[in-house]
Ligand binder design. Structure first.
Ligand SMILES: [Zn+2]
Length: 358
């Protein structure tokens, strides 16, 4: 669907010769100007978070409702609904999500039990101002040429948004690891880089010790702390805000080159301990959950938030996602802070409903 933004210029022409009777002397000229939208591309099709067909459409509508973006979706040829998901409201079989959120693009796709490399995967990245990855843990590798094309697209000023498990993908793709600053799982280990976090004194610290890459506890509502108050994505946001139920990633590893930590959350030793791993606790550190990374001339917004659809419905998630995508695309943020942004002690939920587009 083509969106056209219309601006009305009112040109007032005054006649000074006969002021007394010239109340209608203004000549109003109406001019229509088309302002090009930013072009965004969402990549999906393989994610251990089986909710992905829905979260892709959520992200598409979040971007479109800013009035700034038009959004395409590139879905992999071999679709994989992963094993990790929680109960989804109104859905008894997670595989039905693919039918509920179809692309209707005439492309035939095959659902697979294990992720499978698509040798023809080759989006034209250069058509887009920003690429959003909804490809998660175990996503298949892209063909080498596609990887190189993407690296060049980013080095030359492209934009990338990483959401939650998108940072689990491709631990052995060095350039991707540089783009995302910090990664989780994906066979990452001490060689992937140190743990990076804020300490209680408000300083960024690195810990190069050995140990697992990434963990999280059971899901709960937790508080984000803004760290980069002057960054365009964060400017005007409160210092503290409550996020809806989600996983809190901790122990992410990476070199964090050219990375600004935008916001952190505190991983409590007990509360963020995975109940399914008796020898792992929370970290007692303030863990980076929103990051901005410069990669060549390109820009990356990385949000580790977003485990489930209800996590996406947080007004804080939505706002930072929308602002982060604009920043990754242009380097600026023009959006206002919404009135329903969460406060330090209460969450703010925007219930999302699918509105099919013809
Ligand atoms: Zn998750």
């Amino acid at each position: 669907m083509k969106f056209i933004q219309t601006i009305f210029f009112l040109l007032l022409a005054f006649t000074f010769t006969n002021c007394k009777n010239k109340t209608k002397a203004e000549v109003i000229e109406e001019t229509t100007v088309e302002i090009p939208k930013l072009k965004a591309l969402i990549l999906d099709g393989e994610n251990n978070h089986g909710i992905w067909p829905k979260t892709t459409f959520m992200m598409k509508s979040y971007l479109e409702e800013t009035g700034l973006f038009e959004v395409d979706i590139n879905r992999k040829a071999f679709t994989w609904i992963g094993p990790h998901y929680n109960e989804i409201e109104g859905v008894d079989d997670i595989n039905k999500l693919l039918e509920m959120y179809p692309l209707n693009d005439g492309v035939e796709r095959t659902a697979v039990e294990e992720t499978k490399k698509d040798l023809n995967f080759s989006p034209d990245f250069n058509k887009y101002d920003v690429v959003i990855s909804n490809l998660g843990w175990k996503s298949s590798h892209w063909p080498d040429t596609t990887k190189t094309n993407f690296e060049n697209y980013m080095k030359n000023g492209g934009g990338l948004v990483i959401v939650h498990a998108a940072n689990n993908a491709w631990g052995d793709w060095d350039e991707f690891n540089k783009m995302i600053g910090l990664g989780a799982w994906g066979d990452r280990d001490v060689n992937s880089g140190p743990y990076i976090f804020y300490n209680d004194k408000g300083e960024v610290e690195q810990d190069p010790s050995e140990g697992i890459c990434a963990s999280h506890g059971a899901q709960y509502e937790f508080q984000l702390q803004t760290r980069a108050v002057d960054h365009p994505i964060m400017k005007g946001l409160p210092e503290f805000w409550m996020h809806t139920k989600d996983e809190m990633y901790d122990r992410m590893r990476g070199h964090g080159e050219n990375m600004t930590i935008l916001a952190t959350a505190y991983s409590d030793i007990e509360k963020n301990a995975p109940p399914w791993m008796k020898d792992v606790s929370g970290t007692g550190r303030h863990e980076p959950l929103l990051m901005a990374i410069d990669y060549g001339k390109g820009k990356v917004f990385h949000s580790a938030l977003g485990h489930m659809d209800y996590s996406f419905e947080c007004a804080g998630f939505i706002t930072t996602f929308q602002r982060g995508a604009e920043w990754a695309a242009t380097g600026n943020v023009t959006q206002e802070i919404p009135k329903d942004f969460p406060s330090a002690d209460s969450t703010s939920v925007r219930k999302w409903a699918y509105k099919p587009v013809n």
